[in-house]
Design a protein around this ligand. Structure first.
Ligand code: HAM
Length: 422
């Protein structure tokens, strides 16, 4: 016999039935909220031409440089498992001429993303995002509306989170700032870690994001982008903050916030949670007015965010987790073959009437069937033996208060209906 393959790849995992209820709950909840804001779902391909991410996210980023799952397909084409979905959404938007419709196109997506990152708590190589993109407007109220939606989504799930907000400027004002930053870094390179010394030359904004303790004193003294914004970016940022204030959305200005993807201009934000530990980012996003052009399309003003579902599910309050664990309303226990035939028929009828019930035809004794009902968390157990069968009724026991009644077969649906939880 061949060796059993019993392990998934490092950083990959299965989402098991025990927790899947929480995932479905979060996804359904997010869909309801996105729906209220007019976001429509888009499902893009998971495999894309490598060039899409190289041009979209940026060759110098860690994602493109080190983390992509890239391979050559059977037509010798370089393809990549998507490390994020924004570039794919913009590709689909352009490919399907959605930009011709005018106005704002609001889209959302959910699904797996792939990044070959170092393993760490809260970090997987296949992880899941739910994200939204609004294309076709540069109005600051659109930025604020999207951030408000993300914060409301988390708040309504009972998850405590904190918004960090920045503006990273635009191609007009950022180059001069980057030059200043690089100059400062060259003058002070002695105090920097090796990664930062390298980044100072290749992608010096990333130095601001370094978490190494010894780099922090220098980072704290570096100039900040918000002091170097052009008049248009400064005005845009001020209006975004004003709209957030009006919407009652609290934020912390984070002038050193930079994102790990190169496409951002102006608004950049992260939503963090203290409960997550080192990988504290629950969501990230911002404006990417130049991405469409980088992909060969016309200029399209746009912004978006993505939320890490794996991390969000970890933070879901216990009460909501418990609510979402599947449990049958009724477990049907039988004694003997004639009773089994009858419970199969009763179960079929109840399921058609909308009740969740289950049974185990192969379970032996009544005791083992009761054990199973308890293990599944069934709210009620129906017990059918030969005597009850002869009387045309079954014993139904409520496992919450241990009360027991004999109920005629045609009264079971009504009994369950009366006792259904709110
Ligand atoms: P991102 O910041 O790379 O942004 O990812 C967004 C969120 O995905 C993170 O805040 C985190 O919760 C989750 N995440 C990222 N990597 C991992 C991982 N290895 N394991 C678990 N969770 C992870 C983007 O992906 C942009 N596309 C967001 C965006 C949309 N910007 C504009 N539109």
């Amino acid at each position: 016999m061949e060796d059993l393959i019993s392990n998934s790849l490092p950083g990959m995992r299965d989402l098991l039935p025990d927790e899947i209820g929480c995932w479905q709950y979060v996804e359904e909840h997010a869909r309801r909220i996105f729906d209220r804001y007019g976001y429509l779902e888009i499902r893009t391909s998971i495999l894309e031409p490598t060039e899409l991410f190289a041009r979209g996210i940026g060759d110098d980023t860690d994602i493109v440089g080190k983390e992509m799952y890239t391979f050559t397909d059977r037509s010798s084409r370089s393809v990549t498992l998507r490390p994020e979905a924004t570039a794919s959404v913009v590709r689909a938007y352009l490919q399907n001429s959605m930009h011709r419709g005018g106005g704002i196109t609001r889209l959302y997506y959910t699904g797996p993303m792939f990044r070959y990152e170092k393993k760490q708590k809260g970090r997987w190589r296949q992880f899941h995002q739910i994200g939204a993109e609004a294309l076709g407007s540069d109005h600051p109220a659109v930025d604020a509306e999207m951030i408000e939606m993300a914060m409301w989504l988390l708040e309504s799930l009972g998850v405590e989170a904190h918004l960090l907000l920045n503006s990273v400027g635009c191609p007009n004002c950022r180059p001069a700032y980057v030059e200043r930053l690089r100059g400062e870094l060259r003058r002070n390179s002695g105090g920097l870690c090796e990664d930062c010394r390298r980044r100072s030359e290749s992608n010096c904004l990333r130095v601001l994001d370094c978490k190494v303790e010894s780099c922090q004193p220098l980072i704290a003294r570096l100039p900040v982008i918000t002091d170097h914004l052009c008049a248009e970016c400064a005005e845009h940022f001020a209006r975004v903050k004003e709209c957030l204030d009006e919407a009652g959305v609290a934020y912390t200005p984070a002038p050193r916030l930079v994102r790990g993807l190169d496409y951002y201009v102006r608004t950049a934000f992260e939503i963090v949670s203290g409960e997550l530990g080192a990988q504290n980012a629950l969501a990230g996003g911002g404006r990417y007015d130049g991405l469409s052009e980088a992909l060969g399309g016309p200029q399209v003003h746009a912004l978006g965010f993505a939320l890490g579902l794996d991390r969000l599910v970890m933070l879901l309050p216990e009460a909501r987790r418990a609510e979402r664990r599947w449990a049958p309303e009724l477990f049907l226990a039988h004694l003997g073959d004639a009773a089994l035939k009858k419970v199969l028929a009763i179960a079929r009828d109840l399921r058609h009437r909308g009740h969740a019930c289950t049974l185990d035809p192969s379970a032996g004794t009544l005791k083992s069937q009761m054990r199973l009902a308890n293990k599944l968390g069934a709210r009620h157990v129906l017990i059918l033996g030969e005597d009850e069968l002869a009387r045309g009724a079954a014993s139904v026991k409520c496992l919450q208060d241990s009360s027991q009644r004999e109920i005629p077969f045609d009264g079971i649906a009504a009994y369950l209906g009366e006792r259904a939880p709110e």
